[in-house]
Each structure stands twice: as structure tokens, then as C-alpha cells.
Design a protein around this ligand. Structure first.
Ligand code: HPA
Length: 274
């Protein structure tokens, strides 16, 4: 068996008897959204550290566990904390959790993150529905022998972010009077923030927001045929757009501030997905 697939199956086998239900939606919580589980009817938890060979995040504020619970009546597996490529993990480990949640039965992957705003019309603390992405600055998680059990060698990428799910999110944002921009998210490896020259380049390439996650997970999930949607919390304006230097603390503070509205938008959207 393909070694990458073997590892995912081993992780799955080690936890499959502990799943309280078959999740419908897999939700990845970005910075600031860590306490989303407080709004769920929680039925179980599995710490990443309990899963043999599972990648465990080293970033402060990225505590790692799967939380299983109902969002209204929808069974959801939620990832509190994700691993990032900049932590030094192979890219196949970075997408292992997304693949594992598909093996658990999740059909929809809801990705969230914090980002830097590149579009000058965006402000800190605003939200952006991800309508497409730019992946070419991050390693492609599908490089290597194809895992035929998961998907095909050359997956189509023309509609990664599901139009019907995206429409529901837009409708719920409007109903809740939560301003929601739409745009293109670009993933860089990090961990350093971008330089002003890089931000100018990314803007000219059509990116609206920049971050260090999400796209590789979307590629792996798209390969497996999951329906995908994503919302980014624009925590700051990107480098060079203000006189402020960027800090991780500032990003966390801004995402924490935006968290109540973010939680509401996620809850209302998930409830309307099924
Ligand atoms: N750049 C990259 N990643 C980020 C940023 C940023 O400005 N803000 C939050 N995540």
C-alpha cells in the first residue's frame, strides 16, 4: 500500500471505535476560532497527541484536538488547531487531518483561517469568502505516487470552492447583517510574514488575501471529491499597506475580536448546508 495512505488508514483504525457519529461536515478552525466548540453540543473529543504518528502543532494558540458535536442538528467534526507546513512537517502530514476526516465520513470541508488583506478595500477584522485560490507558492500535497484509493492523478481544479455552499454562506451573511467580501486567497509557506514587495506582486497576480494554510488542505480535499467552502478572517492589512509592523499577537487579537460574528456565520451556514 502507498505509505502515505497507509499512515492515514493507521490513524483512522486507531480512532474509529471512538467516533460518536459519522460526521457530515468537517470544520477546520483558524486562529481566533479555537473556542468555537463552546457553541456546539459536544459528544466527544480526541487529542491529536493520542493518535499514533499524527502531526501535532507546535504553534502557541493552536491546541490540537478533534471535537465531535452537533451544530444545530448537523454532526460536525471540528479541528481545533491545525499543523502548518512552516512547522517542518512534510506536506503530506499537513493534509493528513483533512484526509482522515474524509475517512471518518465527512462530505463537506469547511475551511477557516486568519489572513492578511491585500485588497485595499478590505479592513482589519473583516471576512472574505474564498472563491478561488493561488497555490503555486506552496508545495502541492498531491506530489508523489497518486493515492488511487482517494482520487485521480490529475484532479480538475476549476471549481474547488462549491458554488452552492458559497451561496448559502453569502445568504446567511446577508441575513445576519455580517459584511462579507469575496476574493482569492493565496497560501505562502511562512513563517515569516511577506515583504511589501511580495505583497505588491501578490496583488498584481490577483490575490485579495494571504495566509499560511488552507490551500493545501483544499487541494487534498478536492482530490478526494469533498465539497469545500472557506472563509478567511482578514486579521490585518498585509505588509506595506500600513505603517504598522506585523506580529502574531496582533493577528490573534484581531481574530479573537472578530470571533463572535465568525462563529455566528459558521453556525448559520452549517445548519443550512443540509
Ligand atoms: N500574512 C500571512 N499570513 C497571515 C497574515 C499576513 O499578513 N495575517 C494573518 N495570517
Amino acid at each position: 500500500m502507498n505509505q502515505v495512505y497507509e499512515k492515514i488508514v493507521k490513524c483512522y483504525d486507531s480512532i474509529k471505535d471512538r467516533l460518536p457519529f459519522v460526521p457530515k461536515v468537517a470544520l477546520v478552525l483558524g486562529s481566533g476560532l479555537g473556542n468555537y466548540a463552546g457553541t456546539m453540543d459536544v459528544k466527544g473529543e480526541i487529542s491529536y497527541s493520542e493518535i499514533e504518528d499524527f502531526p501535532v502543532s507546535t504553534v502557541p494558540g493552536h491546541e490540537g484536538k478533534f471535537i465531535f458535536g452537533y451544530v444545530k442538528s448537523v454532526p460536525v467534526v471540528c479541528m481545533k488547531g491545525r499543523v502548518h507546513y512552516y512547522e517542518g512537517y512534510p506536506i503530506t502530514d499537513v493534509v493528513l487531518p483533512a484526509r482522515l476526516m474524509k475517512l471518518m465520513g465527512a462530505e463537506i470541508l469547511f475551511l477557516t483561517n486568519a489572513s492578511g488583506g491585500i485588497n485595499p478595500a478590505f479592513s482589519a477584522g473583516s471576512f472574505m469568502l474564498i472563491k478561488d485560490h493561488i497555490s503555486i507558492f506552496a508545495p502541492n500535497p498531491l506530489v508523489g505516487a497518486n493515492i488511487d484509493e482517494l482520487g485521480c492523478r490529475f484532479p480538475d481544479m476549476s471549481k474547488v470552492y462549491d458554488p452552492a455552499l458559497s451561496q448559502i454562506i453569502k445568504e446567511k451573511a446577508a441575513e445576519c447583517e455580517i459584511p462579507l467580501n469575496e476574493g482569492i486567497y493565496v497560501q505562502l509557506t511562512g513563517p515569516s510574514f511577506e515583504s511589501p514587495a511580495e505583497i505588491k506582486m501578490l496583488r498584481s497576480l490577483g490575490a485579495d488575501a494571504v495566509g499560511m494554510s488552507t490551500v493545501v488542505e483544499a487541494i487534498a480535499a478536492n482530490h478526494m471529491g469533498m465539497r469545500i467552502c472557506g472563509i478567511s478572517c482578514v486579521a490585518n492589512l498585509a505588509a506595506g499597506m500600513t505603517n504598522q509592523p506585523l506580529t502574531h499577537e496582533e493577528v490573534q487579537e484581531a481574530s479573537n475580536k472578530a470571533a463572535p460574528l465568525f462563529r455566528q456565520l459558521i453556525t448559520e451556514s452549517i445548519a443550512a448546508f443540509v
